[in-house]
Design a binder for this molecule. Structure first.
Ligand code: BV8
Length: 254
């Protein structure tokens, strides 16, 4: 955990910030019981995410890829937001400008009440017709039919997520880079900072003079660039920062 002086410096920077941005990864949902990608529980059967989350894997074996997504939907459907998700949802209302950018497709930020969210890699509760491109919400777990088919044209449906080797939506990506290059403080929570272009966002923020605050149980390629690197679990660290911040604001009011 950060030293008292480091925490005081961080909370002071936060109190003065009018534009706060947050980038999250699988680590923020770990305490909700959702497996991360690179954690030891990240594997499904013997496959790594990079093997199944690709257009090639889907064209090769759509049934296998859908079984994997059905398994993940089954897990995520049971899980609830943890204190880290909840505090970010509350901070959205307490800063002049607050933007949340996530790599997660689990929808837990929305479940926690966050509204202003940029989902870089899509959402596991949305499906897309491979023929017509129409996107619809689908919360069916388990899926009755695997692979599921488009109710209007019968073509294969695919998860409305970004697979490795596929480009992100340019509007979502442009928004994410705009947020990163104009924020005063960027929190980077629970990401191994390996997957591109998401991993470039904190560097864009740093280059634009923002304070970068990393919260992670381990060191990452980003740690050496961060102004504050707080080692620990997001669900334990964010409540502490929030408590200090509220105490500081209260003390300044008296
Ligand atoms: C693209 C959706 C144009 C699907 C996902 C440049 C260099 C090298 C490679 C590339 C490059 N540019 C592009 C690439 C290729 C690739 C890439 O980055 N590959 C990596 C592996 C090197 N990028 C792409 O393909 C992107 N598309 O660039 O298109 C293009 C195309 C072709 C060629 C060039 C350009 C698309 C990437 C998106 C893929 N889709 N997800 C699905 O989920 O099924 S990515 C997926 O994996 C997640 O969304 C997330 O982004 C990533 C996993 O990372 P994390 O979320 O960080 O999770 P991870 O498990 O790794 O780490 C968890 C962290 O939390 C750890 O650090 C751990 O210590 C910490 N932690 C654990 N518990 C806690 C905690 N922290 C705090 N509290 C806790 N309790």
């Amino acid at each position: 955990m950060a030293s008292k002086s480091e925490l005081k410096e961080l909370v002071d920077a936060l109190r003065r910030a009018n534009r706060v941005a947050v980038l999250t990864g699988a680590g923020i949902s770990a305490e909700s019981g959702i497996p991360t990608f690179r954690g030891e529980d990240g594997l499904w059967k013997k496959f790594r995410a990079e093997e199944l989350a690709t257009p090639e894997a889907f064209s090769r074996d759509p049934k296998l890829v859908w079984e994997w997504y059905d398994w993940r939907r089954g897990i995520i459907a049971q899980k609830k937001p943890n204190p880290a998700h909840k505090i970010l949802a509350r901070w959205e209302k307490s800063f002049p400008a607050f933007s949340l950018i996530t790599q997660n497709i689990d929808g837990l930020h929305q479940k926690a009440g966050s509204k202003n969210i940029s989902e870089l890699h899509g959402n596991i509760w949305k499906v897309r017709c491979t023929e017509e491109g129409t996107v619809t919400e689908n919360y069916e777990t388990p899926l009755k039919e695997i692979p599921p088919r488009c109710p209007s044209c019968g073509a294969l449906l695919r998860p409305h997520v970004v697979w490795f080797g596929e480009s992100l939506s340019s509007s979502v990506l442009n928004t994410a880079f705009l947020i990163s290059s104009t924020c005063n403080v960027m929190f980077v929570i629970g990401t191994s900072a390996v997957v591109q272009p998401a991993a470039s966002l904190p560097l864009t923020a740093a280059k634009s003079g923002a304070k970068v605050v990393e919260i992670n149980t381990d060191a990452t390629p980003l740690t050496s660039y961060a102004d504050f690197s707080i080692k620990g679990k997001a669900g334990e660290i964010l409540p502490k920062i929030d408590k200090e911040l509220r105490a500081l604001i209260k003390s300044l009011r008296n």
